[in-house]
Design a protein around this ligand. Structure first.
Ligand SMILES: [Ca+2]
Ligand SMILES: [Ca+2]
Ligand SMILES: [Ca+2]
Length: 706
């Protein structure tokens, strides 16, 4: 039984190098790309997020800015029919004439259901801005406002608000509760961070730079200052600090921080302005300010590697945000079961490549180096997992620090055997591997003794706490072994637009997708860039295949180990829970559970930790409610919601500081709540600081309060 490289067969041609091509796929179809925006009411009105846009066999949902992109075949070459549907709106169909251009801009207004006259003209309006009672509002208005005693909510606070306002609860002894019977079932989904600032060819500065600034610090309901503590600056002369009459300002304790700075604790609960004035009135005091809390923020991190700007695959899976949590650890060992590794590649850290083993008969057991002159499959895989990173050279790896274990189970011509794979797994486990990447495949035959031997070794590896990851195969067909084994994380490939790569295998065993690239001769750079051997020279090339999707997941798993998430079952659960759902809703055979989300996975995020609320147009908030598992989905049921257009929001406190800030996941959308019954809504959560500023401001107001 032959083992097949999952890399596409590559024909070498002419001058090689960074621009080396993979093999182009076959012919193209007559297609057009629709780039559009869906608006509330009229074109130019507020954007409608999560609207479902369909044309032919293609579909897309709009993002938070109401935008969508759809590639559609045009069978008759004349026109395509586009239908748009969104909860709370009437479905709309438009016909788009197709000319000679390949890209067409389309703006589609949606009419809110049950609303005769919308008032979307105010471009700045968004839910939460408007006062109830604005003219022209339809459903947002026809409800009883003014129930007393409810503050705008602080969903960060904990329990559901006031049990006494549950529908049907007459509120004995209290104010009459509103008896709303509408509910909102919120399906919470995570999205990868938008790629940080458009990469440019300009070299990055030598030091690690945050790509995006943390959100500005705001005063919030969660006090960002340590209660009572102030930092006071005193003049160096002429007043001696010891001579400052602290008592006059109500200071209880004084701690000297430096010659001119003191940390003081002020008694009482006078307003900040008054305390500041009292401190400034003290002779010798130059300035005074409250002692601000410090918390971790996740500024995306960009390495300075020369070709990082061409590594679209890394921002696609939020790697720059994962690096704000950890850049890996030499204590984590990733076995690369492959053709061997060229450990002398200048962009691999030779010291980080631990002793390996060869299980192929063409070389001695101790020679685990790949001896090819062109296309070192194992060196490509190794670079994706852990190229030398932030060294100003070559490419970046997912792990800036990791130990790579070359286990050679494929010959330099790409062949191997199941016996070698089984031996390789066993050897890797017994020699300290935490993660095993297998970018290799064979057609499954469960009764074959060789396959049963490998299965035995897979089960041994799992019993020893090792996580196994494999490419799903490149046949545009059934998932191959070892990916098809339930204990192995099966990884399919997507292109840079998060579309399934045409070659990527599919089926019920598929767990995740990751960047594998989809090249043509014109866009070879849509392959995955990594360390390679080209014409005998240690260099870099673009390749495509699930071979290169798998090490993206293996690399993320290594980062998870480095961050203390080490149980293979928990690792799999988190990867699946945090994956960005693509294609058909929920699990589907083409995308599995979705595109791996490195930041969420490495941070150990779980969707069940989301806090979901509904901000009603009268300023009150229902919730928070935590999502419950419902099949693949995580759904929070918010009950007793006033009818009309309301704002659903949710957040996950990734930074664990009881306030919404940079590094947390958050999102909101509008929903038309019925008088009775339940409306379903999908809510996408993004890394907070990647949201548009207006969205950030709204969420800060809803979550943190003022
Ligand atoms: Ca590098
Ligand atoms: Ca899906
Ligand atoms: Ca937070």
């Amino acid at each position: 039984m032959a083992i097949l490289l999952t890399a596409l067969a590559i024909t070498l041609s002419g001058c090689l190098g960074l621009d080396w091509l993979g093999s182009p796929p076959g012919g193209t179809v007559d297609a057009v790309t629709l780039l559009g925006t869906v608006y509330h009411g009229v074109v130019g009105g507020p954007p409608v997020a999560d609207a479902l846009v369909r044309a032919g066999d293609a579909s897309a949902t709009t993002d938070l800015d109401g935008r969508f992109s759809l590639s559609v075949a045009v069978p008759d070459g004349a026109a395509v029919t586009v239908t748009v549907a969104a909860p709370g709106y009437e479905s709309t169909t438009v016909r788009v004439a197709v000319g000679t251009t390949e890209t067409i801009a389309v703006d589609i207004p949606l009419t809110p259901a049950d609303q005769q006259a919308g008032d979307p003209g105010d471009g700045g309006a968004h839910p939460g801005d408007g006062e109830p009672g604005d003219d022209g509002q339809g459903p947002g208005d026809d409800k009883d406002t003014g129930e007393p005693g409810q503050e705008p909510g602080e969903p960060g606070g904990g329990d559901d608000q006031g049990g006494g306002e549950e529908p049907g609860d007459g509120g004995p002894g209290g104010e009459p509760a509103p008896e709303y019977e509408g509910s909102v079932a919120v399906s919470v989904r995570l999205r990868n961070a938008s790629p940080p600032a458009a990469p440019s060819a300009a070299p990055f500065p030598a030091d690690v730079q945050p790509v995006s600034s943390p959100a500005p610090v705001r005063r919030t309901a969660a006090d960002p200052y340590v209660p009572g503590e102030w930092i006071v600056e005193v003049a160096e002369a002429p007043v001696q600090p010891a001579g400052v009459r602290w008592d006059d300002a109500g200071v209880r304790t004084v701690e000297k921080l430096s010659d001119t700075f003191y940390l003081v604790v002020v008694e009482g609960d006078a307003p900040d302005e008054e305390i500041e004035r009292r401190l400034l009135d003290l002779p010798g005091v130059v300035s005074a300010g409250r002692n601000q809390r410090v918390h971790p923020v996740s500024a995306a991190v960009a390495p300075n590697d020369e070709y990082y700007f061409r590594q679209w695959s890394l921002p696609l899976i939020s790697a720059p945000y994962a690096w704000s949590v950890t850049t890996g650890s030499r204590d984590v060992v990733v076995a690369v079961l492959d053709t061997g590794i060229r450990e002398d590649h200048p962009d691999l850290n030779r010291a980080a490549i631990v002793a390996g083993r060869n299980f192929v008969s063409d070389q001695s057991a101790s020679n685990y180096r790949d001896t090819v002159r062109d296309m070192s499959h194992g060196t490509m895989v190794a670079g994706i997992i852990g190229a030398r990173t932030n060294n100003g050279t070559g490419v970046a790896g997912l792990n800036w620090s990791v130990s790579l274990m070359p286990v050679r189970v494929l010959s330099s011509s790409g062949g191997g055997s199941v016996a070698g794979v089984g031996q390789g797994i066993r050897w890797a486990v017994d020699n300290g591997a935490h993660v095993i990447n297998m970018s290799l495949a064979w057609d499954s035959n469960p009764s074959d003794p060789g396959e049963r031997y490998v299965v035995e070794q897979i089960e041994y590896a799992v019993s020893r706490g090792v996580t196994l990851v494999a490419g799903a195969g490149n046949d545009n067909g059934r998932i191959t072994m070892p990916a098809a084994h339930p204990d192995v994380i099966a990884v399919g490939a997507v292109d840079k637009n998060k579309q399934r790569a045409w070659y990527s295998n599919y089926g019920p065993q598929l767990d995740l997708v990751a960047p594998g690239g989809s090249q043509t001769s014109a866009n070879y750079r849509d392959g995955v860039l990594s360390t390679d051997v080209v014409g005998g020279t240690l260099y870099y090339s673009y390749q495509q295949g699930t071979s290169f999707a798998s090490p993206h997941v293996a690399g993320v798993v290594a980062l998870m180990y480095a961050n203390g998430i080490t149980d293979p079952h928990e690792i799999r659960e988190i990867l699946i829970d945090t994956a960005e759902d693509l294609g058909a809703r929920g699990f589907d055979p083409y995308y599995g559970y979705g595109l791996v989300n490195a930041y969420a996975a490495v941070a150990g995020v779980k969707r069940e930790h989301a806090q979901v609320g509904v901000a009603q147009s009268d300023g009150t908030v229902r919730g928070p409610v935590h999502p419950e598992p419902a099949g693949d989905e995580r759904v929070a049921l918010v009950e007793g919601v006033a009818p009309g257009l309301q704002t659903v929001f949710a957040w996950i406190d990734v930074t664990n500081n009881a306030m919404l800030d940079a590094g947390d996941f958050a999102g909101w959308t509008e929903v038309l709540v019925p008088e009775t019954g339940t409306v379903d809504v999908d809510l996408d959560l993004f890394v907070f600081e990647t949201l548009p500023e207006t969205h950030q401001a709204l969420l800060l107001e809803l979550v943190n309060g003022r």
